[in-house]
Design a protein around this ligand. Structure first.
Ligand code: AMP
Length: 111
């Protein structure tokens, strides 16, 4: 069964898209924790980092490339955080792999 992000990818739920190609989608987080809070995800339904298979590694490289591009476009290339929560204990709530690109303010220490 699809997650919220799966439904957004399928066009069944709305989202504010900032980047899209055949493999990757980036959207604005609905509850931003900083002035810039973007979620970058593969369109392939992969639950999280721990479930990645070897064939998926190129997607991770492409996600990093997209993060770089968005950070540049949004003027935060000098300081941002790129994180992914893996599993319940890390606070993952949507089990479709995504990276939070967070910036636009001075970020505090990691928890
Ligand atoms: P995580 O806790 O790492 O799984 O992150 C899930 C993120 O998705 C949270 O930051 C939510 O605010 C965000 N989120 C949940 N639903 C939506 C949605 N429909 N559109 C955009 N972001 C969402």
């Amino acid at each position: 069964m699809s997650t919220v992000f799966g439904l957004i990818i399928q066009g069944k739920l709305p989202a504010e898209k900032v980047f899209e190609n055949e493999r990757i989608l980036a959207i604005k987080d609905i509850h931003p924790v900083a002035p810039i809070h973007i979620l970058i995800m593969p369109k392939k339904e992969i639950p999280n980092i721990q479930s990645l298979e070897k064939e998926d590694w190129p997607l991770i490289g492409e996600i990093l490339e997209v993060a770089q591009k968005i950070a540049e476009e949004m003027g935060i290339a000098d300081g941002y955080r790129l994180i992914t929560n893996n599993g319940h204990d890390a606070g993952q709530t949507i089990f479709h792999l995504h990276f939070h690109l967070i910036g636009g303010k001075v970020l505090g220490p990691m928890a």
